[in-house]
Ligand binder design. Structure first.
Ligand SMILES: *Cc1c(COP(=O)(O)O)cnc(C)c1O
Length: 217
């Protein structure tokens, strides 16, 4: 399955994040042995446990909702945080990055779905959010793209519309705020059920769990 997905991603130059939440170390090692290095986790404690025992050259992506008081646990090693969606979280990541004398890469999580969650920046608040970021004088957090999750629905036209919207937000941010910043390039969208649509709509980073590891219980 890994090779099949890799072959589908190749024409799009998209990166695969293998979402290993709730899955045991052995399942991760099975993909590691095949060459996979980027893994995504949703829970801080689980991520810290796995990062401690598994090979050091794994790139750990944090893709779950991140509480400010837990940033300190992942700050020493996290490769990319996909879920930056508040200024207070940004300030805490900056603080912990300084403490660990490193720079931490983050994606802005944009709310594109119709669901009643409070996570993600509203699309109509994105410029205010950017102005707020600029006012913070951040030195140890790098904003390198956007992330979004489509509505959990069978209506694939709806899903496609939401991915188009995320791509449009990315393009707006790139031209308005990051025009001479090559690091701003990632569009993290697409999961097991919708990644082919996401690729067609401009994704260059997909987060796939159940298709690789089997259903979660
Ligand atoms: C669990 C999860 C995924 C992977 O979902 P699958 O349907 O198992 O591929 C991707 N992104 C996020 C944010 C997740 O929480």
């Amino acid at each position: 399955m890994l090779q099949t997905i890799q072959a589908q991603l190749q024409p799009y130059h998209a990166q695969l994040i293998a979402v290993s939440k709730t899955k045991p170390d052995e399942a991760i090692m099975a993909l590691y042995t095949l060459g996979q290095r980027a893994f995504g986790e949703n829970y801080v404690q689980e991520l810290v446990d796995k990062a401690t025992t598994l090979p050091q050259d794994i790139e750990w992506h944090f893709i779950g909702h991140l509480q400010s008081n837990k940033v300190k646990y992942i700050a020493p090693f996290v490769h990319l945080i996909h879920t930056l969606d508040s200024i207070s979280l940004l300030q805490e990541i900056e603080k912990q990055a300084i403490k660990h004398n490193r720079s931490i890469d983050c994606l802005l999580q944009i709310k594109i779905n119709q669901e009643d969650t409070k996570f993600g920046i509203d699309t109509d608040a994105i410029d205010d959010f950017m102005h707020n970021i600029i006012a913070q004088n951040i030195t140890h957090v790098r904003i390198v793209g956007v992330m979004g999750m489509a509505t959990f629905t069978d209506d694939l036209q709806q899903v496609r519309k939401e991915f188009k919207q995320l791509k449009a937000v990315f393009t707006h941010l790139q031209t308005t705020y990051f025009s001479n910043n090559e690091a701003f390039k990632h569009i993290s969208m697409g999961m097991s059920s919708d990644y082919t649509i996401a690729l067609e709509e401009g994704s260059n980073m997909v987060r796939i769990g159940s298709l690789l590891f089997g259903e979660r219980h």
